[in-house]
Design a protein around this ligand. Sequence first.
Ligand SMILES: Nc1ncnc2c1ncn2[C@@H]1O[C@H](COP(=O)(O)OP(=O)(O)OP(=O)(O)O)[C@@H](O)[C@H]1O
Length: 264
Amino acid sequence: MGALDIENVGLRFKLRGGGEVTALSNLHMQIPDKQFAVIVGPSGCGKSSLLDLVAGLKEASNGECKVNGKAVRGPGAERGMVFQNYSLFPWLSVQKNVEFGLALRNAPQQERTEKARYFIQAVGLKGFEDAYPSHLSGGMKQRVAIARALANDPEVLLMDEPFGALDSQTRSVMQELLVGIWEKHQKTVLFVTHDIDEAILLGDVVYTMSARPGRIIDTISVDLPRPRHYDLITTPAFIELKRRIHKNLHHEVQKALAESAAVA
Ligand SMILES: Nc1ncnc2c1ncn2[C@@H]1O[C@H](COP(=O)(O)OP(=O)(O)OP(=O)(O)O)[C@@H](O)[C@H]1O
């Protein structure tokens, strides 16, 4: 079970020189168990902040995030996070990076070894168990980060632009890998991206956020059949979804630019 409720969430940051920034306001989302939910939004609208709130890395100024009805009060093993910059421990091997969450939970060594091996294989890195992050490509590092999150057996996988730093070919392979893992392991996924094609190719639902303060302004169910191959992006159904998301985003980016011009 990994249902996620985001109820009337607001987030404000106090600024050092006085005043505050409202990053999120009146944000509502209801993500059912096992759904692949994608968020797109203009830069600075609060997407990372929202994931941090669900991960328990930040605290909401008002409202609440709930996992299976239980309010988030801090980080927890039922939520796994994957960041754009991989966030691997450079001094640990692939095997030890993937074991990390299990070690934190004092899982027996045999369980750590077996689970890590299983997920290293699942992300296609068998044979690289003893390698260190500095010897891996970006795509390989992100596979390790995904294996590390999965080894901890989270119910909800939070992914903050995980493929943003990868070239388009690697990105497309990683998208297929992730969907395969999601279908097999039945996780709830909350995935942030700037890439509209990626959002539609991956998501059951695509949420569009407004310019800051971020809230959900559009929710689109993507009813395209799976598996979704890249060829799909030239079909009329795909183009129609893309047009709708693009139009909303364009409007929000214009709004954000107009606001910053007014402040300047
Ligand atoms: N610690 C902080 N103090 C003040 N403002 C902050 C702080 N952290 C984030 N912000 C502001 O809150 C807003 C939301 O930031 P956030 O990083 O969540 O946006 P984002 O949508 O993920 O951006 P991007 O797409 O560019 O990664 C931004 O305007 C940012 O400048």
